[in-house]
Design a protein around this ligand. Structure first.
Ligand SMILES: [Zn+2]
Ligand SMILES: [Zn+2]
Length: 425
């Protein structure tokens, strides 16, 4: 057996390194605080589920189920898959735990990795991360308005303002049936003008043709029947109520009648948030109603809606804005003989919730100061004979250059992070 010497992470599944991992935590923390404000509670479902959870919900004919899921047979002979998205597992959990029996609305949020074997590209990985919300138990379009307001505030929290909210309605199952039929009839006359993929989609998953980026297909779609003219009175009313409420709440949006979602389970109101930095293809967030899914998964006939934000895409836009750094204070002994005192001082700071560390690399005083500069430390605490005698430390602000001889207690007061959204320990 030959020993393989250089292992690498799998394609499309990169390591998340510092400082990016810290920045992600920072975003997640902001999201958690915002979700709390809305009364959404966190749910953590397993990463691995029975394959049926996804095939039954997402749909057999979707790209995800057909060719992107990581599926395998486990040691017990069960067909299992890594979750390609969050909604299916949450609905499975909702039904499994009998939450529908409470007769109340259920508002959940989740954060975590999802897996799809796509061709990796910018902002699109095989292990990618989503932040999402699901609200189960109501068909009221105001719930969708709430979600859209929630996303808007979430993106604002991340310092992202330059986005566009797109909305559409796909109608209920009946409306969709009529529309699909009309679309199929229309496309059957344009067969030669569609890409190979769409010629196939036109038969099995016709709505996806509306989503094709091929220029020829775009042309064909322009003159295709409009979903909004196939909505029943109920769906029309819901859609109007959503639009009125969004206007009332001063949320600007655009209607996009060819907006569809890649998963089969969507019905009624759908929405997407796009950002110019991501180009025409990529949405930062997307969601909508899936009123038929709970029943389809074996639960009662109740409404549900949700959205998910793509964290990797978010990072493409939000990354530049960060100034957070975990490494704030370095404690520097003037001479090696005070290292022990420096270390004991660090322990006192740790116990008092101040983040700090000491250098364990036997560097000179100058070397340690260089390290502090290089790491952009906000502060250094210098200790030597004088400081120790007085029971004080010399706290230097590395940004302003100001330094002060102060007591430990004063230093704690100065160094405690007061930013509630900052995950710094
Ligand atoms: Zn309808
Ligand atoms: Zn096409």
């Amino acid at each position: 057996m030959s020993a393989k010497t250089n292992y690498k992470s799998l394609r499309g599944m990169p390591d998340i390194l510092p400082p990016e991992a810290f920045f992600r935590q920072f975003l997640e923390q902001k999201a958690r605080i915002l979700f709390q404000r809305f009364g959404y509670e966190e749910i953590r479902t397993p990463i691995l589920e029975e394959t049926g959870v996804f095939t039954r919900s997402i749909g057999e004919d979707t790209d995800i189920v057909e060719k992107e899921m990581y599926s395998f047979v486990d040691r017990g002979g069960k067909q299992v898959s890594l979750r390609p998205e969050g909604t299916a597992s949450i609905i499975r959990a909702y039904i499994e735990h009998g939450w529908h029996n409470s007769g109340d609305i259920c508002k959940l949020f989740y954060l975590g990795p999802m897996f799809r074997g796509e061709r990796p590209q910018k902002g699109r990985l095989r292990q990618f991360h989503q932040i999402g919300v699901e609200i189960i138990g109501s068909t009221h379009p105001y719930v969708d308005a709430e979600l859209i307001v929630n996303i808007k505030l979430l993106l604002n929290e991340f310092g992202i303002n330059d986005f566009t909210i797109l909305i559409n309605s796909l109608g209920c199952a009946k409306d969709r049936m009529h529309f699909k039929k009309a679309l199929q009839d229309y496309l059957s006359t344009k067969d030669s003008k569609l890409c190979d993929n769409c010629r196939r989609r036109a038969k099995i998953n016709v709505l996806r043709v509306l989503d094709c980026k091929n220029t020829m297909c775009r042309e064909v779609v322009k003159k295709a029947p409009n979903i909004l003219s196939y909505l029943c009175d109920g769906c029309k009313k819901d859609y109007v109520q959503l639009k009125d409420m969004l206007s009332e709440m001063e949320v600007s949006f655009k209607e996009k009648t060819d907006l569809v979602r890649g998963l089969d389970y969507y019905t009624g109101i759908v929405f997407e948030i796009i950002h110019p930095l991501l180009g025409a293809q990529d949405a930062i967030a997307a969601g909508g109603r899936y009123d038929a899914l709970v029943k389809q998964m074996g639960g009662p006939d109740i409404g549900a809606t949700g959205y998910a934000v793509g964290v990797e895409r978010l990072l493409l836009i939000a990354k530049q804005d960060t100034k957070v750094s975990l490494k704030r204070l370095l404690i520097i002994p003037i001479k090696d003989e005070y290292l022990k005192d420096a270390f004991l001082l660090a322990r006192k700071f740790w116990q008092n919730k101040v983040s700090c560390d000491v250098d364990h690399m036997k560097r000179s005083f100058k070397g340690q100061m260089r390290k502090a500069h290089k790491e952009k430390r906000k502060f250094v605490a210098i200790i030597g004979e004088d400081e120790l005698k007085q029971g004080k430390l010399l706290l230097k602000d590395m940004e302003t250059g100001e330094q002060e001889l102060i007591s430990f207690e004063e230093a704690v007061g100065r160094l405690t992070c007061r930013d509630r959204a900052c995950p710094c320990p």
